[in-house]
Write a protein that binds this ligand. Structure first.
Ligand code: K7E
Ligand code: RUQ
Ligand code: CUA
Ligand code: CA
Length: 599
């Protein structure tokens, strides 16, 4: 701890700026952040990879990167996008080879992480993906046809009944060439999916744009911000108005409308009209409520107790506190605003420690501000009084995330701040700088926030979820019953090479240090499908099926079966080899693909 320093600082809490000079900065030794070699972390952190299109898995508090999970990108080490199944999944969801992941959210039961699924958006192409946390693998992608960019991503709490994708970019719906230059006809939608099976259920259409989102804790309200209530298409137009919205969706009302058939089917999706003038918004129980907040808000998040939705001002130095239950009582939704705290410049996102504090990133000020939620409700609007502490970060933070902050019961110990700029913090690596994910210990309110670690990050994470490690139960070998393809054992009858016209099918097992066939002979122009099972049952013994000059590298973890199809279009000898270092004879784990010339 930094007891000595903290006592002095906290003595003058009211005037505390939390700005520590460099030599005052807390060192890692002050807090127990060390995870000695061979020991495990207490938490998983799942970070989005931004326009890398993937998810990164860190251990907290060590901040070691444990794994990456490809999602919308093609990735050779894990063979993702190479084998037929993942290749088809990417093809059927649009055929793109990249995406822009922002908001990784883990499924919950009873407002607690259940460790089953992780969902994440694609801001680039309007998609949502599901990752199976038993295997740490993307297992389904939904292309949302009424979205251009899906930004916010979240689930309806307490039980993840819906997965929500929030459409950011206003476009004609359907976007088929109509209304090209008539932006007043553009719109966006909130899309709802079921988690398992992962299916698209319905959309709600609005005229404004939608941005970040978060769910209330009791299954009733879902909130998003909107920064383009102006329905503009230029920066000047989108920032013209003094206010924009927090848009509150009443989910049971929307379900009633769906059940009553009050929707239009667009692109095969039932779309409910949630626009301001919609008849469904007349009367006592509007489907969608539009709450005025200062211009161009960014993040919105719900407090762990489910009482408040807090929206960050971005262009305005305040956070707006909305009392959720009041939305059911007031005629004017603006009357549900119960607080507006002046936090500083460029507030983007807010996280929670479960002790009544909110932590908000200040992009412009390069700080995190800690403030008291109830004090913000009691204080006059625009007051700075609820602010407890401001701490410099390095530099220009976007999201920040506290351990289990998105649940009903945050752990209150660790906070990661995802800084967009690292400037001088690391050895220079050329003009593309790493980002800087900074770890803070927030478990001691007397000592204040303690910066304990800088972590350089490959571009460009936006958000994260931190989940207690004991909530997950990952598999270390595949259960063949979980896979679609049949297991191929070492039995002779299960291993064969079969020809049908110019299609060749190979089924073979593999293990240390060979493949089922030493040679596979095909003819120039054949379409070849190889299915292979890694029959090892020992964990951590991974093989791959790599074929030079055919763009094939399929990873095969223990007990895993995968299939890959390619065309043998050049005669010659190609050494099929294993790219995972699996044993002392790893280099000898090979087979020959012999492609005979077509006369
Ligand atoms: Cu602040 Cu996508 Cu949550 Cu970045 S986010 S833009
Ligand atoms: S701290 S404001 Cu950043 Cu140790 Cu007291
Ligand atoms: Cu199997 Cu290397
Ligand atoms: Ca605006």
């Amino acid at each position: 701890m930094i007891a000595g320093a903290a006592t002095g600082m906290m003595g003058s809490l009211a005037g505390c700026t939390g700005l520590l000079s460099d030599d005052e900065q807390v060192s890692a030794a002050d807090v127990d952040t060390e995870v000695p070699p061979g020991e495990h972390d207490d938490y998983y952190a799942f970070l989005s990879g931004g326009h890398s299109g993937d998810i990164r898995v860190y251990g907290v508090p060590s901040m070691r990167q444990l794994m990456r999970i490809p999602v919308f990108n093609v990735e050779s080490a894990r063979g993702y996008g190479f084998d037929d199944e993942t290749h088809e999944m990417l093809q059927e969801s649009g055929g793109y080879t990249w995406g822009d992941t922002h908001h990784p959210r883990v499924s919950q039961t009873d407002n607690e992480y259940d460790g089953e699924w992780l969902f994440v958006n694609d801001k680039a192409n309007g998609r949502m993906a599901r990752i199976d946390l038993k295997y740490f693998e993307t297992d389904a992608i939904i292309d949302l046809p009424n979205h251009q960019g899906t930004h916010g991503a979240c689930m309806l709490m307490p039980d993840s009944r819906y997965v929500f994708g929030v459409g950011e970019l206003r476009v004609p719906i359907p976007n088929d060439g109509r209304d090209l230059d008539d932006p007043s006809e553009y719109g966006s939608t909130l899309s709802a999916m079921s988690p398992d099976p992962f299916d698209h259920e319905w959309d709600v259409r609005v005229d404004c744009n939608l941005d970040n989102g978060d769910s209330g804790k009791d299954g009733e309200w879902f909130f998003t911000t909107s920064y383009n209530s102006e329905e503009g298409v230029t920066e000047r137009e989108m920032t013209a108005a003094d206010t924009d919205y927090v848009v509150a969706f009443n989910i049971p009302r929307i379900e009633d409308a769906i059940d009553a058939g009050e929707y239009e089917e667009i692109n095969g999706v039932p779309v409910v009209d949630g626009t301001e003038d919609s008849s469904l918004n007349d009367g006592d129980e509007p489907l969608v409520r539009y709450i005025d907040v200062p211009t161009n808000p960014h993040g919105v998040s719900v407090t762990p107790d489910g009482r408040y939705a807090i929206a960050s001002g971005k262009l305005d130095p305040t956070c707006t506190v909305i009392e959720i239950d009041r939305l059911n009582e007031v005629d004017d939704p603006n009357d549900a605003i119960v607080g507006r705290v002046n936090v500083g410049n460029g507030p983007l996102h807010t996280a929670y420690d479960g002790r009544g504090h909110a932590y908000t990133t200040l992009f412009v000020d390069s700080q995190v501000v800690k403030w008291d939620i109830e004090a913000a409700v009691e204080a006059e609007k625009g007051s700075e009084d609820p602010v407890i502490e401001k701490h410099d970060v390095h530099y220009s933070p976007g999201h920040l995330i506290a351990a289990e902050s998105y649940t009903g019961d945050p752990q209150g110990d660790w906070l990661i701040v995802l800084n967009k700029l690292s400037k001088d913090r690391f050895l220079p690596v050329g003009p593309v700088f790493p980002e800087n994910d900074q770890l803070f210990y927030i478990g001691d309110d007397d000592a204040g926030m303690e910066l304990v670690k800088d972590t350089p990050t490959y571009p460009e994470p936006h958000d994260a979820s931190i989940v207690r490690a004991d909530r997950l139960d990952p598999a270390s070998v595949y259960d063949p019953d979980d896979l679609e393809l049949d297991f191929i054992s070492a039995d002779d009858e299960e291993n064969f090479i079969e020809r049908d016209g110019d299609q060749v099918r190979v089924e073979m097992y593999n293990q240390r240090n060979h493949f089922g066939f030493e040679d596979i002979t095909v003819r120039e122009g054949d379409e070849v499908t190889i299915r292979s099972t890694n029959i090892e049952s020992e964990e951590d013994i991974i093989h791959s099926l790599a074929i030079p000059q055919h763009d094939v590298n399929v990873k095969l973890a223990p007990q895993e079966t995968r299939e890959v199809t390619f065309t043998a279009d050049e005669p010659g000898v190609y050494w099929i080899y294993c790219a995972y270092f699996c044993s002392a004879l790893h280099l000898e784990m090979r087979s020959r693909l012999l492609v005979e010339p077509a006369d």
